[in-house]
Design a protein. Structure first.
Ligand code: DX5
Ligand code: ZN
Length: 222
C-alpha cells in the first residue's frame, strides 16, 4: 500500500484557510483530516460539520472527520450532508460500535475506528470487517504538539499482522507527533496514512518542503 498524507486542518492558519487548503492540494497531500472535539471526550473544542461544509467547494481532496466526541452518532448525518467522505469514531466512545459503523456506511461514507494509546487492540479485532481504516493515536487526543507515545509502535504491528492474516486491505492511520523522526518507525510497522500536524506538516515552512520531507521519511530517506 502506498503512503498517504492527511493534513490536520486544526493545525492550519485559520486566518487564511482557503489559501492554506489550495497550497496543501498543490503540495500533494492526499486528504484533509478534520478533528472534531466536544470538550467532553477530550478537554478541548475544535471544528464541526459547518467547517467541512464551507471548505467542500474549494477542493477536490477527500475529507475525513476524526470524531473525538462522546456521542459521535449525533453528528453523522450532518457530516454526510457536509460532503464528508470518511468518518472515524473512537472505540472508547462507542458502546454500540457495530451499529455506529453501519450507520456511517448507510449514509454513504467510509468508516473507521480510532484507539487511544492506552486502549488495547483486542476490541478492534471484532470490527475489522466493517471498517476501511483503523486510526492508532500516537498521542492522547485533544491537542497538537504533544510528545510521541512509543508504546503504540507494537500495536501498529499487531493490527498489521492481523489484517495480513485475514487478507483485508484496511488503511492503518497514525495521528499525533507524526514527523520525520517518527515516520520511519511507523511505516516500518505497517502504517500507511500519516496525519500531518504541527510537528510534521504545519511547521511554518512551505508545504511543498514539509510534504516532501514526510514522503522521504516514509521511504527511509529521512
Ligand atoms: C491530536 C490531533 C492531531 C494533531 C496531531 O488530537 O488529532 O490531528 O494535529 O499533530 P501534531 O502532534 O504533530 O501536532
Ligand atoms: Zn486527528
Amino acid at each position: 500500500m502506498s503512503v498517504k498524507i492527511a493534513a490536520s486542518l486544526m493545525c492550519a492558519d485559520l486566518t487564511r484557510l482557503a489559501e492554506q487548503v489550495a497550497c496543501l492540494e498543490e503540495a500533494g497531500v492526499d486528504l484533509l483530516h478534520f478533528d472534531l472535539m466536544d470538550g467532553g471526550f477530550v478537554p478541548n473544542l475544535a471544528l464541526g460539520p459547518g467547517f467541512l461544509r464551507c471548505l467542500r467547494p474549494l477542493t477536490r481532496l477527500p475529507f475525513e472527520a476524526h470524531l473525538m466526541v462522546e456521542q459521535p452518532e449525533v453528528l453523522l448525518s450532518s457530516l454526510a450532508e457536509a460532503g464528508c467522505d470518511r468518518v472515524i469514531v473512537h472505540l472508547e466512545a462507542c458502546p454500540l460500535l457495530h451499529r455506529t459503523l453501519q450507520e456511517v456506511h448507510r449514509l454513504g461514507m467510509e468508516a473507521g475506528v480510532a484507539l487511544n494509546p492506552a486502549t488495547p487492540v483486542d476490541g478492534l479485532l471484532y470490527v475489522l470487517d466493517h471498517v476501511e481504516v483503523v486510526l492508532l493515536m500516537t498521542v492522547d487526543p485533544g491537542f497538537a504538539g504533544q510528545p510521541f507515545v512509543p508504546a503504540v509502535i507494537p500495536k501498529i504491528e499487531a493490527v498489521s499482522n492481523f489484517l495480513r492474516e485475514r487478507g483485508r486491505a484496511v488503511d492503518i492511520e497514525v495521528d499525533g507527533s507524526v514527523n520525520e523522526r517518527t515516520i520511519p518507525l511507523l511505516v516500518a510497522r505497517g502504517a500507511n496514512v500519516l496525519v500531518g500536524g504541527s510537528t510534521g506538516l504545519f511547521t511554518g515552512e512551505d508545504f511543498r518542503i514539509t510534504v516532501r520531507r514526510m514522503r522521504e521519511a516514509a521511504l527511509g530517506k529521512g
